[in-house]
Design a protein around this ligand. Structure first.
Ligand SMILES: [Mn+2]
Length: 350
C-alpha cells in the first residue's frame, strides 16, 4: 500500500489541479479509478488508453486539445517518451499511479510516480483500491469494489458493501472470482467491461452515467439512463454464454488440459479462461481466439503455467507472450496453435 504521506501528496495534487486530464487503463480497474477521482473532485476529462502496454504518443494530441494544468495517469505500466516530452514542453506535471512490477527508469522533474510495489510491503493493490483510500468517500465503496473485483482482488471493505446491499452480495465471500461468477454484484463488472468495449460515444455515455450514479442497484435496474449500457451487455453476454457453454463441455470431457478454440468478431479468451479456471480449478485451461492467421491464447492453471508458456513461444518464430505464474497470455501465428497445445500436453504428462 502507499504510505499515508504519499496519499496526502496525491490529495494535494488533486486539490491543486484546476483542469486535470486523466488517462487510465482500458479495463474496469482503470475506469473505476478515474470515476472515483472524478466523483471526488468534480472536474476533469478522462480517456481510456487503448494502446498497450504503453501510453503512446497519439494521446499527446489530447494535451494540445484540452490544455490541462495537470495530467493523471492511472493503472498504466508504461508511458512513451513522446508523451513525456509533450507534457514537459507544456510544463504540465504528471501524477502517475500504477501497481505493475516494472522498472520505469529515470523520470523527469515534472513526473510524480507512485507505485505500492516500490514500497516496503510489496503489495500490488488495484488502483481503484488505492484511489478509494485517497478519496475516502464511503458512499463510493462499491465503485472501488467493482474495480478491485475486475482485477481479481478482494478488498477488506467488501463486508461493508455486503452489509449495505445484501440482495447483491452474500456475507463470507471467499474470493474475487466468487463475486464475479456467483453474485448479483458480479454482473456490474461484466456490464462495465462490455460497455468499455463499445464505440467511443458509448464509452463517454458510460462515464457520464458513472459520475452521477448513486448505487449499484441503479446500474443493474433497467431505466432510461442506462438502457444503452444494459443493451450492450445483453448482446455481448449472449455471445459469451454460448461460447462458455461449449467451453464447459470441452473442459468437462478433458483430463488434465482443457483446450478450447473459437473464432468470430469478439475476443473474449481471457474472460472465458478465467471463468473456466474458477469452475474447473484442477485443470489447466487453454483458450484460443483465432482470427485470420493470428491466435490469441489465454492460459490458466493452479500450477506454474508461465514457465511452459515462455518455453513454448521461444520455439515459435513471431510468437510473443508472458504474464503471471497462474495466468498467461500469448499471441502467435495460428499454425503454431497445435504445437502449443501439444507442448502443454507433453509437459504435464511428465
Ligand atoms: Mn488494469
Amino acid at each position: 500500500m502507499l504510505t499515508e504521506k504519499q496519499l496526502n501528496e496525491i490529495r494535494e495534487h488533486l486539490e491543486n489541479a484546476k483542469n486535470p486530464l486523466f488517462f487510465f487503463d482500458n479495463d474496469v480497474d482503470g475506469m473505476m479509478s478515474f470515476v472515483l477521482l472524478r466523483r471526488m473532485i468534480g472536474r476533469g476529462a478522462g480517456f481510456a488508453i487503448k494502446s498497450s502496454p504503453e501510453l503512446d504518443k497519439s494521446y499527446a494530441n489530447r494535451i494540445d486539445e484540452f490544455s490541462p494544468d495537470y495530467i493523471f495517469v492511472l493503472d498504466k505500466p508504461m508511458i512513451s517518451q513522446d508523451f513525456f516530452r509533450s507534457a514537459e514542453q507544456h510544463n504540465i506535471p504528471i501524477v502517475w499511479i500504477d501497481h505493475h512490477d516494472i522498472d520505469v527508469g529515470k523520470l523527469g522533474d515534472n513526473v510524480y510516480y507512485y507505485n505500492p510495489i516500490k514500497n516496503k510491503e510489496k503489495l500490488h493493490e488495484p488502483i481503484s483500491y488505492i484511489v478509494y483510500k485517497i478519496s475516502r468517500r464511503k458512499q463510493d465503496n462499491w465503485i472501488s469494489l467493482a474495480g478491485c473485483i475486475g482485477d481479481n482482488f478482494l478488498p477488506e471493505f467488501i463486508s461493508e458493501v455486503a452489509y449495505e446491499y445484501p440482495e447483491l452480495l452474500k456475507r463470507n465471500i471467499k474470493s474475487a472470482f466468487e463475486v464475479l461468477y456467483n453474485s448479483e454484484f458480479g454482473k456490474i463488472i461484466s456490464i462495465i467491461s462490455s460497455a468499455m468495449k463499445d464505440r467511443t460515444t458509448n464509452v463517454v455515455f458510460l462515464m457520464n452515467f458513472l459520475f452521477k450514479v448513486n448505487s449499484p442497484i441503479d446500474i443493474l435496474t433497467e431505466s432510461e439512463s442506462n438502457c444503452r449500457i444494459l443493451d450492450r451487455y445483453k448482446q455481448i453476454n449472449h455471445t459469451y454464454e454460448k461460447l462458455l457453454e461449449k467451453a464447459k463441455r470441452v473442459a468437462r470431457s478433458s483430463k488434465r488440459i482443457a483446450f478450447f478454440q473459437y473464432g468470430g468478431e469478439l475476443s473474449m479468451s481471457s474472460d472465458i479462461a478465467n471463468e473456466l479456471s474458477y469452475r474447473f480449478p484442477s485443470k489447466i485451461i487453454i483458450v484460443a481466439y483465432v482470427k485470420g492467421n493470428i491466435a490469441n491464447v489465454s492460459v490458466r492453471g493452479s500450477v506454474d503455467v508461465r514457465k511452459i508458456t515462455i518455453e513454448a513461444i521461444k520455439q515459435m518464430p513471431g510468437a510473443t507472450g508472458g504474464g503471471h505464474e497462474n495466468a498467461t497470455g500469448a499471441k502467435m501465428p495460428a499454425e503454431y496453435l497445435l504445437k502449443f497445445r501439444n507442448l502443454f500436453e507433453e509437459y504435464f504428462r511428465r
